[in-house]
Design a protein around this ligand. Structure first.
Ligand code: NAP
Length: 324
């Protein structure tokens, strides 16, 4: 495993574990997964040197935090624990009460990273950051982070907090490269961090899905990347991933992760549906892509132009009606 060089109280692994899947109906992994596989994934992640664990109060309506906390047990003290608040009513007393509730579900004395899950469109960050400052003062929260923030708003959040907002958790993968324009350069220059979510494009970049093998769960039924037309359009990118994977005796998923964490300021938090996947994902931290390989993958990603926007939404709606 490799770790970040940024100064934090606990070390942060380049590959972490995302836990939206834990206890969330929309992923459809079922009871056996929530009851035992999720715990086995966490325990194996710790064995492999993963220190970054990401959850949120909203995942499974608190179930993800509970499952993660129970699986971590005493290791809570040594790993870098990240959770998120959905800022529906972001006044300071509510922010503080929600942090306490998350910490209780996790069984944690402290949240290493407390992130605003998404910007509130109606309320500026001065309001929520008052609550974050209070939480840092009492010691319940160490670092503050944001998620799904533009650069402008990330900087505004820092100004409102009056100190660093360590990280911005955003969607980043070979299928979604917009953070390269400004967020990643900012993080690199300022000693901040981009946490890449959906770094495997929810499994698309593993190469196992195609027109005749499409994932069935609700999350991916609503993700335009899994429309038959987009699976077809992704074939060139997947072929390049396979080619680079062969050269490293690795899998396309591992190469997709190695590409995502290539920049020093980026870490990735893939989810996992079984123990073999966390083993594969953790090992990806040690794959070093050459500049040529990185460039060739980026060029293949440029050529992947999925159907998006209203056209994609229409196709998703049509499929939903056909399934009835
Ligand atoms: N801040 C936000 O707004 C936000 C939004 C989304 C996610 N997140 C966070 O980011 C985490 C990861 O994102 P995500 O779950 O959306 O997408 P992801 O990590 O790109 O995809 C996860 C899925 O890919 C498949 N997979 C994982 N490892 C694999 C491997 N080695 N080989 C083949 N397939 C593999 C698994 O699905 P199958 O085995 O079923 O194919 C797994 O459930 C979440 O758990 C959550 O913590 C945050």
């Amino acid at each position: 495993m490799r770790y970040l060089s940024i100064q934090t109280s606990k070390k942060i692994s380049k590959i972490g574990l995302g836990t939206w899947q834990f206890g969330s109906r929309e992923w459809g992994y079922g009871q056996a997964y929530a009851g035992s596989e999720a715990r086995a994934i966490v325990r194996r992640a710790i064995d492999l040197g993963v220190t970054l664990f990401d959850t949120a109060e909203v995942y499974g309506f608190g179930r993800s935090e509970r499952i993660l906390g129970q699986a971590l047990g005493e290791d809570l003290e040594s790993i870098f624990l990240a959770t998120k608040i959905l800022p529906v009513w972001p006044i300071s007393p509510v922010v503080q009460q929600r942090a306490v509730a998350s910490a209780n579900r996790l069984g944690a004395r402290m949240l290493d990273l407390y992130q605003v899950h998404a910007p509130n469109p109606a309320v500026r960050d001065g309001t929520i950051m008052r609550g974050m400052r209070a939480l840092q003062r009492t010691g319940l929260v160490d670092e503050v982070g944001v998620s799904n923030y533009s650069l402008r708003r990330w900087r505004a959040a820092e100004a409102a907090l009056g100190s660093r907002v360590l990280s911005n958790q955003v969607q980043y993968s070979l299928a979604r490269r917009s953070p390269e324009a400004d967020l990643i350069p900012y993080a690199r220059e300022q000693g901040r961090l981009v946490i890449a979510y959906s770094p495997l494009a929810q499994g698309l970049l593993s190469g196992k899905y195609h027109q005749d093998n499409r994932p069935a769960n609700r999350v991916r039924a609503n993700n335009p990347l899994f429309l038959p037309e987009n699976l077809e359009r992704a074939s060139g990118l997947l072929a390049k991933l396979r080619e680079v994977a062969d050269a490293h005796s690795a899998t396309p998923a591992q190469i997709a992760l190695a590409w995502a964490i290539h920049d020093q300021a980026v870490v990735a938090i893939p989810g996992a549906s079984n123990v073999a996947q966390i083993e594969s994902n953790a090992a990806a931290a040690d794959i070093e892509l050459t500049d040529d390989e990185h460039g060739a993958l980026s060029a293949a990603a440029d050529r992947f132009q999925p159907v998006t926007g209203p056209a994609a939404r229409t196709q998703i709606m049509r499929q939903r009606l056909q399934r009835r």
